[in-house]
Ligand binder design. Sequence first.
Ligand SMILES: [Zn+2]
Length: 234
Amino acid sequence: MKKNMLIIMLISFFVILLTACGSDDPNTSSNNDENTAQNNKGDDVYKVVIDPGHGGKDKGATSASGRYEKEFTLSLSKEVEKMLKQAPNMKVYMTRNDDNFLSQTSRYRPKYANRLYADIFISLHGNTFSNPDVSGTETFYYHDDSRLLAETMQKHVVDATGFSDRGINKKDLFVVRDTNMPAVLIEVGFLTNPQAESKMYTDKFQKSVAASIVDGIKEYRSESKEQGIGDWLF
Ligand SMILES: [Zn+2]
């Protein structure tokens, strides 16, 4: 009899224990729901990769007064980064933050953006030409689904530079070819043109161009959402 009582008590104990564990389950699942909600919220964040052209031993173009393109692209990119950090629901990633050399053969720049599942990729450059009279702003893209981004960025950036509008062009450049998301390469202006160059290294010019890039990104974001561009990625 005593043995039976003991067994009943033991069974009761386990039933109580199981019920207690069971009551933990709703908490666990509500935590999961919270996590899912947070993840969903994360999906609303627009991931922008800014790629300062060149870097390190790859100096890029040499300007009319002997300065390097890599210096121009980095300081302009840092302005864009600063402004994008203020923008709601945007996350900015830089392919380089300092005078790093990123080898072209490693394809680091497009790979970096692909790994992040970035929404857009923007590479910034200063142009060069043997004739110092040549001037203007132009934007390159490669894949057809990058055309709207190219048009939108070109429109905004050319307004800010005040240089002539050289338009958008399709070109086989690895940074815009090997990226899985809409990608453009903006040649902001010709560093080899002395008048253009005297503006391009100033804070005022860079802040104004950076603001135009951010405006372009915002416009493209809402425009592409309406057109459903980029949805195929997810
Ligand atoms: Zn360049």
